[in-house]
Design a binder for this molecule. Structure first.
Ligand code: AMP
Length: 141
């Protein structure tokens, strides 16, 4: 992207900076925790989006949330991984940004969140914008 004035920079739409769904590691709400842990571990990401079969966003799942769910009094109960569903454990309180939101509308959210989930006007998940992408672009300005 070419150099921008600060106003133009803040006007950049989420869809321009987005990593599209096809390249976002994610799980389905009805997957079990064993599958989610596998995807998280293999991808190397600390948290990933949770979608349904229609690509609607339901929340985020992370390794700490999974470990918390299987933590017993004296041991980690790994056998529980297969019987607990992602939807029982995921974080549903997540900020949602639409594809046509401009950076000045979602920049503040990136202070507390390493990435933001992007939905289209119909509420379908389209991708994520990461703090890294925004900082990288800023560094180039
Ligand atoms: P990064 O800024 O690239 O380090 O990414 C920050 C966070 O965004 C990661 O820890 C993941 O939770 C999430 N993330 C980044 N890229 C992806 C991706 N392709 N698929 C799923 N999650 C991602």
């Amino acid at each position: 992207m070419k150099r921008l004035h600060s106003e133009a920079f803040l006007d950049i739409k989420a869809e321009k900076l987005m990593i599209p769904l096809e390249r976002v590691a994610h799980v389905q709400s009805k997957n079990n925790l064993e599958h989610a842990l596998l995807v998280l571990t293999k991808s190397g990401y600390s948290a990933i989006p949770v979608l349904d079969y229609h690509d609607k966003l339901h929340g985020l799942i992370s390794t700490p949330l999974i470990m918390e769910a299987i933590l017993g009094i004296e041991r980690i109960e790994f056998e529980k991984l297969q019987s607990i569903l992602v939807e029982e454990v995921m974080n549903k309180e997540i900020p949602r940004v639409t594809t046509n939101s401009s950076l000045n509308q979602y920049l503040k959210l990136l202070v507390d969140h390493p990435f933001l989930c992007i939905e289209n006007e119909a509420g379908f998940f389209e991708g994520i914008v990461t703090r890294r992408v925004v900082l990288d672009l800023l560094a180039k300005q």
